[in-house]
Ligand binder design. Structure first.
Ligand SMILES: NC(=O)c1ccc[n+]([C@@H]2O[C@H](COP(=O)([O-])OP(=O)(O)OC[C@H]3O[C@@H](n4cnc5c(N)ncnc54)[C@H](O)[C@@H]3O)[C@@H](O)[C@H]2O)c1
Length: 377
């Protein structure tokens, strides 16, 4: 088995996290890091470069992981591919569309493998809901609400995160994760984006929100605030399908609730949901419809409903309601670590088999960026 040598550019908070988790993968060796800060000395027993260009010129390195602030991503990713390296680029792909196009162009010219670390896609809850959505188990998706209350206690006003020239702003630096997830779950094309934002002062735009309309009618609302105490840090993703209501908790999704209308064909799929625990189920025949008080006359639609469920103009063949909860039986660190291991392994699979399709393509990352830029107005 070939052991792939990885060089990490940017040995800050996340670069160290990647080093820790990738060191546990059998066919991977983190062989070098590059960082212009003195904290590079924290890295032990591997090559250290104070100049990132020296790392990409190192003939031993197969894969370059770029974990620097977003404004540097395009230059570094293009240079690494030009030097013959495969690239695992941190999100966002870049901070402008022009830069993202340069990356796409360089990939075409060099044929190198590159993916962008939208690693929440590998979370087992997101993966399972995507699989069940794609199979049509939940019917059509109509609404998504992402609410993200993040703390800003560890983000000093001079942190690069607040500088739009370096980070791209909250929607670009952070919001891209969630545009990417909803793009994956919804499978629809973006049609319209309306964004609003609040500036705390001239340097700090601390709260942003956007509504996005997609081509098959999905409307998604996104809210990201970096303005609260750590105690109130909370992220929720609510999904409304014709046949399901899903509430997911956690920036790294960890648990949640599901209410779903099923039939005997679709019910068995619920067992695929991580940590699925059914709390209640009922046949429609035994249930009252509280949306229609007693005495209300019946209609043609009411007649249809007797055969199943009629929603959003579609008749669905379902006869039971099921309520339950789900939860990944691991720590957040383990789930997160596993996601970053899976994306690297996916990339290695693509290096070894050109017919393999990456879970996250450059086009996926580019689309998340385009939406983020439109949402940043
Ligand atoms: N995928 C995820 O879940 C996830 C999570 C956190 C951060 N990130 C991304 O990772 C990137 C880095 O974020 P972070 O939180 O680790 O930031 P950070 O500030 O902690 O680390 C960035 C590092 O890059 C180094 N650096 C900056 N300019 C450099 C240069 N020219 N040459 C060499 N080194 C340079 C800095 O010295 C620092 O050590 C960002 O793109 C961020 O969006 C992704």
């Amino acid at each position: 088995m070939k052991k792939y040598k990885v060089g990490i550019i940017g040995y800050g908070g996340f670069g160290k996290f990647l080093h820790y988790w990738w060191s546990k993968i059998e066919n991977v060796e983190v062989a070098a890091v590059a960082d212009h800060g003195s904290h590079i000395q924290d890295a032990k027993n591997l090559k250290l470069y104070s100049n990132w260009e020296d790392l990409i010129a190192d003939p031993e390195i197969d894969i370059v992981s770029i974990v620097t602030p977003p404004g540097l991503h395009a230059e570094m990713a293009c240079a690494a591919m030009r030097a013959g390296k495969h690239v695992l680029l941190e999100k966002p792909i870049s901070i402008t569309e022009e830069e993202a196009r340069q990356i796409v162009e360089m990939q075409k010219q060099t044929g190198r493998v590159i993916t962008v670390d939208h690693m929440i896609r590998y979370n087992p809850i997101i993966q399972t809901f995507k699989e069940l959505s794609d199979k049509g188990v939940f019917g059509k998706i109509r609404h998504a609400v992402v609410n993200n209350y993040a703390q800003d206690e560890s983000l000093a006003p001079e942190h690069w995160f607040w500088n739009k020239e370096i980070s791209g702003g909250i929607m670009v630096e952070h919001g891209v994760h969630f545009f990417d997830i909803i793009n994956a779950l919804g499978g629809q094309k973006r049609e319209k984006v309306c964004g609003v934002s609040h500036d705390r002062n001239e340097q700090q735009r601390d709260r942003v929100s956007a509504l996005v309309l997609y081509n098959e009618g999905l409307i998604a609302s996104y809210y990201h605030a970096f303005s609260g105490p750590g105690f109130f840090e909370q992220t929720t993703i609510e999904l409304a399908y014709d046949l399901a209501r899903i509430e997911i908790e956690g920036w790294m999704p960890m648990k949640g609730k599901l209410k779903v209308l099923v039939n005997s064909d679709t019910r068995p799929f619920l067992k695929n949901i991580p940590g699925w625990k059914e709390n209640h189920s009922e046949n429609f025949a035994e249930m009252g419809d509280e949306s229609r008080p007693e005495g209300w006359g019946s209609s043609q639609i009411e007649e249809e409903k007797k055969k199943g469920i009629y929603a959003g103009g579609i008749a669905y063949d379902t006869d039971q309601m099921v309520l339950g909860t789900f939860e990944i039986p691991q720590t957040k660190g383990e789930v997160y670590g596993n996601c970053v291991q899976l994306i690297l392994s996916d990339m290695i699979r693509k290096i070894e088999d050109e017919n393999h399709t990456l879970a996250i393509t450059l086009e996926d990352a580019f689309e998340a960026l385009r939406t983020a830029i439109l949402a940043s107005n």
